[in-house]
Design a binder for this molecule. Structure first.
Ligand SMILES: C[S@@+](CC[C@H](N)C(=O)[O-])C[C@H]1O[C@@H](n2cnc3c(N)ncnc32)[C@H](O)[C@@H]1O
Length: 219
């Protein structure tokens, strides 16, 4: 297999196209889901930074007809032929968008995936800082919307603020792993935080201990 950084020999790009996915990123989520069982049938999934839609295609298949996938992006996403996908266009930082997500999801989601990425400058510290800010939005939305026991997948770039961010994440989940999918380029410092067993968030305070242990048991 050719090197992952080689454009001519971009095996993962060709493979994604061959399988009908809109992005090579789709193969990253597929690998994450196969390894960590993130998305189940019937789940409500919030996908942040969803354009052009590769992760939406993967999630839509995994949740099945009983589930729902809400795709959010600042850029337009061409609609997909899948009834259980709702597309919301806007900046994930905007409170109005958070309101729309709440209304669409009915107030709670099972999984949040964030593949959001800033426009890269090529200056690592700047790109890393911006990526951490986007990752922070995913965490903020988890605090607002994720059900207890829920799961989150967040893209980050390794760098000086990584450890502080990971500590923030660890305080909210019972299990946090760092994972670099095979389809992620060797030359990129991107990794994904795989977070399971949500224990943080304000909605915890509204639930009885029995409800919380039921939710955690559902995993
Ligand atoms: C790497 S792409 C996502 C690819 C996608 N997961 C797929 O499989 O097709 C990153 C996306 O993050 C989006 N993005 C960046 N900042 C954003 C923000 N503040 N709010 C919403 N989307 C954002 C970009 O517009 C871009 O489409």
């Amino acid at each position: 297999m050719p090197g992952k950084g080689s454009i001519l020999g971009d095996y993962y790009y060709r493979e994604a196209k061959k399988q009908g996915y809109r992005s090579r990123s789709a193969l990253k989520l597929l690998e994450i889901c196969q390894k960590f069982r993130i998305i189940k049938r019937g789940d409500i999934v919030l996908d942040l930074g969803a354009a052009p839609g590769g992760w939406l295609q993967v999630s839509c298949r995994l949740v099945g007809e009983e589930g729902l996938v809400i795709g959010v992006d600042i850029s337009e996403i061409e609609p997909l032929p899948c009834k259980n996908i709702v597309l919301l266009r806007g900046d994930a930082r905007s409170p109005e968008l958070h309101e729309s997500i709440m209304k669409t999801s009915g107030g709670m989601v099972d999984v949040i995936t964030s593949d959001m990425a800033p426009k890269f400058t090529g200056i690592h510290d700047v790109d890393h800082g911006r990526q951490i800010l986007l990752a922070g939005i995913a965490l903020e939305l988890a605090d607002k919307l994720l059900r207890p026991g829920g799961k989150v997948v967040i893209k980050v770039l390794m760098g000086s603020d990584f450890d502080v961010f990971r500590r923030e994440v660890k305080s909210r989940f019972s299990d946090v792993r760092i994972f670099k999918p095979s389809a992620s380029r060797d030359s990129s410092s991107e990794v994904y935080l795989i977070c399971r067993g949500f224990i943080g968030g304000s909605q915890q305070l509204l639930r009885s201990p029995e409800e919380r242990s039921d939710d955690l048991a559902r995993g």
